[in-house]
Structure formats: structure tokens, C-alpha cells
Write a new protein. Structure first.
Length: 130
DNA sequence: TTTCTAACA
DNA sequence: TGTTAGAA
């Protein structure tokens, strides 16, 4: 399929699909015209890319990981042990980020709880505007 | 009409 | 990332 169809089937813009290729995440074939030709599997691959990107992984890590993804529901293929190390590292990074955000939220909660009723009333009015 | 590259907002 | 110009 060509780029328009992949865009339609994945909801990912052509601009982004070309960017993914630039980052080594996709390897479409080329027609003599230069047009990209994507495989059926690329639809799932793009979905994987979206998930991993949302998980905060870098494009380079994803590039290493993709070859280890089964076409099923993101199952890891048996012979890719080195990747487990990277994934565990990413998991630790996420845990640290969550801890920081939780602390930040508590700080905000504390400040918010000091607001007098008059301020709360004004806040409610402003929310109604936006 | 569709896609490509490159570059700017 | 979106958008767009100019060329196949």
C-alpha cells in the first residue's frame, strides 16, 4: 500500500510516517517513481510505535525493540534478552517520574487547600468562562 | 491526482 | 508536527 492508505488505516499523518522512516522505525520499499510501498504488517508496526512512543521510549530504543515484537498483541519474541534490560531501565525511569509527579500534586493540593471560600468562588466562575 | 523532498512557521 | 513550494 502507498502512504495515503497507511495514513488512513493508522490515523498517523504522512509527515509522521516519513519521519518514522527517517528514524529507522519503518522500512517501506520504493517504486521506481520513488513512491513508498508499505507492507500489511506496517499497520501493526505503526500501532506498536504509537504505543511505545506514548510509553515515553525514545525512537532509537523503539527501533531496537520493533524487530522483537510479534505481529500479535505486542508479544515479545523469545530471542531478544538484551532488550529486557532497556525495558527494565525504562520502567524504572517511569516509576521515578510517577513519584515526582505524585509529590508535585501533593504540593499543589496543599496550596489549594489554603484558598479561602472567596477565591474558590472566583475560580468556579472562571472555569465557567473557558 | 498522488507522492516526494526540503525547508519554514 | 503542520504546511507548503516546486518537481515527477
Amino acid at each position: 500500500m502507498r502512504i495515503s492508505e497507511l495514513e488512513r488505516r493508522t490515523g498517523v499523518s504522512q509527515r509522521l510516517l516519513r519521519y518514522y522512516e527517517e528514524q529507522g522505525l519503518l522500512r517501506p520499499e520504493r517504486l521506481p517513481s520513488g513512491y513508498r510501498v508499505y507492507a500489511e504488517d506496517d499497520v501493526t508496526t505503526v500501532e506498536h510505535i504509537r504505543n511505545l512512543l506514548a510509553a515515553g521510549l525514545s525512537t532509537t530504543t523503539i527501533a531496537d525493540l520493533l524487530p522483537c515484537m510479534g505481529s500479535a498483541g505486542g508479544q515479545l519474541i523469545a530471542d531478544c534478552p538484551e532488550l529486557l534490560l532497556d525495558l527494565q531501565r525504562e520502567r524504572a525511569r517511569l516509576s521515578a517520574a510517577i513519584a515526582e509527579l505524585t509529590t508535585a500534586r501533593s504540593t499543589l493540593d496543599q496550596v489549594i487547600s489554603t484558598a479561602p471560600p472567596s477565591v474558590e468562588h472566583e475560580a468556579a466562575r472562571l472555569r465557567g468562562l473557558s
